[in-house]
Every structure is written in C-alpha cells, then in structure tokens.
Design a protein around this ligand. Structure first.
Ligand code: SAM
Length: 264
C-alpha cells in the first residue's frame, strides 16, 4: 500500500459522516450549476460529490448526470437522495485520481469543495480533463487559503496526523495564481467568481460545536484528544479565534471561490 492509498483509506473514514453537512453545502450547489452554464441534455459528471448535492441539483435542469465520490457511506446516501428526488442520477464509488469513465465522455465536469481533497492535484485534474469533451466546461468551488475555511483547514492540519510526503495543501486550489498554473494551456476562458455560505450560531462557541460534531477531520481529532486536555484546549482556542474574525450577527461567514474553464 502506498502512502497515498493509506491516506485515501483514512480519508474515507474521516468523510464517512459528512451527510450531516449536506443541507449546508446544498445551498452552494445551485450556484455552481448556474456558474457552469449547465443545460438540458448535457452529460455531466460530479466528482468528490459526497451525498450528491451538486449532481442532483444539476439533474433537475434536465442534464444527464453521473455522480461519484470516494466514500461508500456518502454514495449510499446519494443513492437514497436520488430516490427521494425521483431522479435517475447514476452514482458511483470513485477516486477522482482514477475515474472509471471513458475519455471525453462528459460535456461538463464539476466539483464542489471536493477534488481539492485529492492528495495529488495534478493527477485529479488530469483525470477530470481526460473524461471531459473538448469544448466542455470544468467548474469547481474551492476554499481560499486566506479566508475562514482555509484558516480552519490549516489549524486542522497543524493538529492532525502528518499528510503523505509531498502532498500539497487542499486550499491551494483556492488561490487564483495556482489555479492558472495548474489549468495551464489545457483550457481557455478561465473565469472566477466568489460567493459565500453562512453557518448560523448563537456564539463563536456554538458554531465551533457544530464543526466539532459534524466536520469529519475535526470530529476525529476532538475524539482523539479526549485524553490530552491541553491539546484540546489549544485547538479549540485557535478555532474560536479564527471563527471570531468572521462571526457577525449570529452567523459565521465563509467566502469561497468558483472557477470555470473550457477544455481546448
Ligand atoms: C467537503 S466534502 C464535499 C462533498 C460534496 N461535493 C458537497 O459539496 O457536499 C469532500 C468530499 O470529497 C470526497 N473525497 C475526498 N477525497 C476524494 C478522492 N480522492 N476522490 C473522490 N472523492 C474524494 C469525500 O468523500 C467528500 O465527500
């Protein structure tokens, strides 16, 4: 097993209960679908799609949608969501670094806060572009490193287990200069936009408690630090401090970046 295989096996466990966040990320899904100019009859692939919030939203436009994610529990929930919607999205368990789809088989490839977590950005992007038809749109939402979620992930990384050697931070996918560099000449018409998600909470501590009980990586860390109260206090202080910079009127504001580009 390589370090990357091991990392992905752990990632599946970390993300396994992300279904509790689907109503939160679900709010951002229609914005990405609109931003990507999804239209009826297009063949669309959503990668690292979790419980299918983007895939199912896109399917309501009449697009022919395939959804995929690494984590079996989330794919199971995506299939249940599909039943509730009474739609016919085809959901698969799939690693974005090794997509089980034919070359040039989709008109649109999307990822919302998803492909950014693959340990090798160049491999994930190569796969997303491989399955996209020339002239098709790739679009994704990512967290910028300098804003709340970027800072939150940095704190998690500081207290969490070390990543595989050479792995780059997921939030570099939220930096426009790096996005230009990574997309390079395989695409044209790179376009950016920004939007925000909010998390309601009566206080900074209430919001932190929501993250502690729902955000996979932090939830696992809080459990692991049960016997190390000093570490837990330091971790909580850093998170509270980060939240307080973006907390106003009883909600936390989380700004994110959307990127769209056309495969040449
Ligand atoms: C923050 S969640 C976002 C899920 C969904 N896109 C949404 O907006 O609700 C990150 C997702 O990335 C998935 N993921 C992480 N690494 C992955 C990989 N290598 N290949 C595919 N999916 C992956 C996780 O299973 C999880 O569902």
């Amino acid at each position: 097993m390589t370090d990357f295989d091991e990392f992905k096996a752990k990632a599946k466990a970390v993300w396994s209960d992300f279904a509790t966040m689907e109503n939160f990320t679900g709010v951002a899904a229609p914005r990405l679908v609109k931003f990507a100019n999804v239209s009826k009859e297009q063949r669309l692939l959503d990668v690292a799609g979790g419980t299918g919030v983007v895939a199912l939203t896109a399917a309501r436009t009449g697009a022919k949608v395939t959804g995929s994610d690494l984590t079996p529990e989330l794919v199971k929930r995506a299939k249940e969501n599909n039943e509730i919607f009474n739609l016919d999205v085809d959901f698969h368990e799939a690693d974005v670094e090794d997509l089980p789809f034919e070359d040039e088989s989709f008109d649109v490839v999307l990822s919302q806060f998803g492909h950014m977590f693959a340990p090798r950005p160049e491999v994930a992007l190569r796969e997303m572009l491989r399955v996209l038809k020339p002239g098709g749109n790739i679009a994704f939402s990512t967290w910028p490193p300098e804003l709340f979620m970027g800072i939150f992930f940095k704190i998690n990384a500081k207290y969490g287990p070390p990543p595989p050697e050479g792995m780059q931070s997921p939030v570099l996918w939220g930096n426009v200069d790096i996005i230009y560099e990574r997309l390079g000449s395989s695409v044209s018409k790179i376009t950016f936009d920004r939007d925000k998600l909010v998390m309601p909470g009566l206080s900074v501590q209430h919001v932190r408690t929501v993250f502690e009980t729902t955000a996979g990586p932090l939830k696992k860390m809080v459990q692991a630090f049960a016997s190390e109260p000093n570490k837990l206090t330091n971790l909580r202080d850093e998170i509270d401090n980060a939240i307080s910079n973006y907390f106003e009127d009883n909600f936390l504001r989380m700004d994110y970046l959307m990127t769209r580009a056309r495969k040449v």
